[in-house]
Design a binder for this molecule. Structure first.
Ligand SMILES: [Zn+2]
Length: 168
C-alpha cells in the first residue's frame, strides 16, 4: 500500500507536519480530500504506533473536540459500565481494530493496545470516529454513535446531516 504524492501533500497541510508511516487513505471527505489515514504500527524510525486510524480532516477534528467538550465521552464511558451488550460490542470493535492492524505487521510493544480508550473506556472520540469511518458502520458502536452525533449536530460539512446527504 502506498499514499499518492498529492494525498500526502494534502495530509501534510492538514496536520501542519510531514506525516510518518502512512500506508493508505482509509476514508475521504465528500470533497475527496483525505479524512482518515492508515498508519503503520511501527513508524519508519522504529517507534511503535498504536493509532492505526487517524483523523486528519481539520473540520472533523474540530467537531470531535466540540463533542468531547460537551461531555460525550464521560456519558459513553458510563454507559459502557452499565450496559453489558454495549461493552461486548465495544470489545469486538477493539478486537477488529487489532485484527486490521495485525495485517500491517506484528509489533509486540503494542500487543493488545488499540486506540481511543478501547476496550474499557472512551478516551478519544477522534480515534473512535476515525475507526468508524475507516471500517464502515457496524464495527465500532460508539464510533458509529459519534458519527451520528456529528451528523445531527451539523458541526462539520464533511459529515453532513442526513437530510443534506448527497452520497445516497
Ligand atoms: Zn473533511
Amino acid at each position: 500500500m502506498t499514499v499518492a504524492p498529492d494525498d500526502a501533500a494534502a495530509i501534510a497541510a492538514q496536520l501542519g507536519r510531514t506525516p510518518r508511516g502512512m500506508v493508505a487513505v482509509a476514508w475521504r471527505c465528500p470533497s475527496g480530500t483525505p479524512g482518515v489515514v492508515t498508519t503503520a504500527p511501527r513508524l519508519p524510525d522504529g517507534t511503535p504506533f498504536p493509532t492505526m486510524y487517524y483523523l486528519t480532516c481539520p473540520s472533523l477534528t474540530s467537531a470531535c473536540s466540540t463533542l468531547e467538550a460537551r461531555g460525550v465521552m464521560a456519558e459513553m464511558s458510563a454507559r459502557l459500565t452499565a450496559d453489558p451488550e454495549l461493552a461486548a460490542a465495544y470489545l469486538r470493535a477493539h478486537d477488529a481494530y487489532l485484527a486490521d492492524r495485525a495485517e500491517l505487521g506484528d509489533v509486540p510493544e503494542i500487543d493488545g493496545v488499540s486506540a481511543g480508550g478501547m476496550p474499557g473506556r472512551v478516551k478519544c472520540l477522534h480515534a473512535l470516529v476515525a475507526h468508524a469511518l475507516a471500517a464502515g458502520e457496524g464495527v465500532n458502536p460508539l464510533g458509529d454513535e459519534a458519527v451520528a452525533l456529528l451528523r445531527e449536530s451539523r458541526l462539520s460539512a464533511c459529515l453532513p446531516h442526513e437530510e443534506e446527504r448527497t452520497d445516497g
